[in-house]
Design a protein around this ligand. Structure first.
Ligand code: 0X9
Ligand code: ZN
Length: 432
């Protein structure tokens, strides 16, 4: 009996200690669009955000008339039905204040998976598909071998779970050349971001020999590109939870894991648009740079800050070209070179638009999106002193139904238009 008890105890302990990740099933989850028609309704949505800190807002309550997309689990649909009824967001109230964008999220995710596999899941190159981290990193290594005079991989550091944060430098060996830094995928579920970074890497290397414009940009500037700035989260989003946003660091005293790595940078840390609740999607972490990935990225960038003139971070969605600052919504706080940042953002969005006619809005993120402090772009400009620091919110647009789950056929067109925008900036800023 005693032996049996010890065996049972040992098994129970081993099971509770082991990491048991389960695939998250989104059957019955809906994505709804809520359009606040009045200031009161806007405030009501904001209070909803406060009250249910772990509710998954795909877009934030920003302004009257601007749709807010929220994912509702079956339990939340039931719980919030009276709230929607009372506050005028009910589907039965004849207004367009409440619309169901996705009836059953799991079927959208299943379709994406099937499409992605058709796209060439086992093909050698990650270009044009939502590739796994290992495939992207292996491809970067292959490129460095294939283009020894043009490309070298580098390791920014390690993540909490021990993965490498890998990047590729494209340019010659002259270490005095100015730098453009591009990082993508700091939010795990925003798969089009790494895919677009992969597109740019491929475009530069495969066209260098034949395209004079590419040659001048690679000869004149050192490109540092990091396709996945949150490898733990990215892998988790592929393996277990398609909608995972954060890192995978444990939070002591809570079963929910992860910190929002775009609230964890040491610039106005902890202010507006962040949460101190570990289960929130916008949890800022216990202190600035608590996350190994943000710590490593910021250290790497800081060490070469004097060379970096342009910083891009790729996210999705809403089709926006965001300029600093994001920590404040007041135009009075605009950086002193605001006009120049807007001029370049305007040129970039116009160039992007010429490719596939997609409209991207541009402006200070705290003013045109929502204030969110402790983000990478504000740190890049405010602390590292990088003049042109931009966040791009890629496809789909703000009214799209499937949000982060962008059909695979849009991967290449998105890469093409982002390349148009980014290359316009490079030519303009570096006088090429
Ligand atoms: O909220 C964010 O971190 C970004 N939007 S997302 O939907 N991809 O999560 C926007 C960040 C903009 N920059 C700053 N707020 N500084
Ligand atoms: Zn994001």
């Amino acid at each position: 009996m005693k032996l049996l008890c010890s065996v049972v105890l040992a098994v129970v302990t081993a099971t509770s200690l082991a990491e048991v990740n389960q695939v998250v099933d989104y059957t019955g989850h809906k994505v709804v669009s809520l359009v606040p028609k009045t200031k009161t309704q806007l405030d009501l949505l904001r209070s909803l955000r406060e009250k249910y800190a772990d509710l998954d807002f795909w877009t934030e309550p920003n302004a009257v008339g601007v749709a807010v997309h929220v994912r509702l689990s079956p339990a939340m649909q039931e719980e919030l039905a009276p709230f929607f009824e009372i506050t005028g967001f009910s589907s039965s109230s004849s207004s367009s204040a409440f619309t169901v964008l996705v009836e059953n999220l799991q079927s959208v995710i299943d379709e994406e998976k099937a499409d992605n596999e058709k796209t060439g899941y086992s093909a050698e190159s990650p270009v044009g598909r939502y590739a796994r981290l290992g495939d992207i990193h292996a491809w970067l290594d292959e490129l460095a071998i294939k283009y020894p005079d043009l490309a070298k991989t580098f390791i920014v550091g390690k993540t909490y779970e021990g993965r490498s944060i890998k990047g590729i430098k494209i340019g010659d060996n002259d270490n005095s050349k100015p730098v453009i830094w591009i990082q993508a995928g700091i939010h795990a579920r925003e798969w089009i971001a790494p895919a677009s970074c992969v597109y740019i890497i491929n475009y530069l290397l495969s066209n260098y020999a034949t395209d004079a414009s590419v040659k001048s940009m690679v000869d004149g500037v050192a490109w540092y590109l990091v396709p996945s700035a949150n490898p733990d989260g990215y892998e988790y989003s592929h393996r277990y939870d398609r909608l995972w946003r954060k890192t995978r660091t444990p939070n002591s005293g809570y079963s929910c894991k992860g910190t929002d790595p775009n609230r964890n940078w040491d610039d106005h840390f902890g202010l507006t648009g962040t949460s101190n609740y570990p289960c929130s999607e916008i949890y800022r972490g216990p202190y600035a740079f608590s996350e190994p990935n943000t710590k490593a990225l910021s250290t790497f960038i800081y060490n070469m800050k004097d060379r970096i003139k342009v910083f891009f971070s790729f996210h999705c969605y809403s089709q926006m070209w965001l300029t600093p600052w994001g920590w404040t919504d007041s135009a009075r706080d605009n950086p002193s070179d605001h006009d120049e940042l807007q001029r370049v953002a305007k040129g970039g969005t116009a160039a992007l638009n010429t490719r596939h006619r997609m409209r991207y809005s541009y402006g200070p993120s705290g003013q045109i999106l929502y204030p969110a402090a402790g983000a990478e772009d504000d740190w890049a400009k405010g602390v590292a002193g990088i003049k042109y620091a931009y966040t791009l919110e890629l496809r789909p647009g703000p009214y799209a139904n499937n949000g982060f789950v962008l059909p695979t056929k849009q991967i290449i067109p998105t890469g093409e238009e982002v390349y148009s925008g980014v290359s316009w900036v490079v030519k303009d800023v570096f006088n090429l």
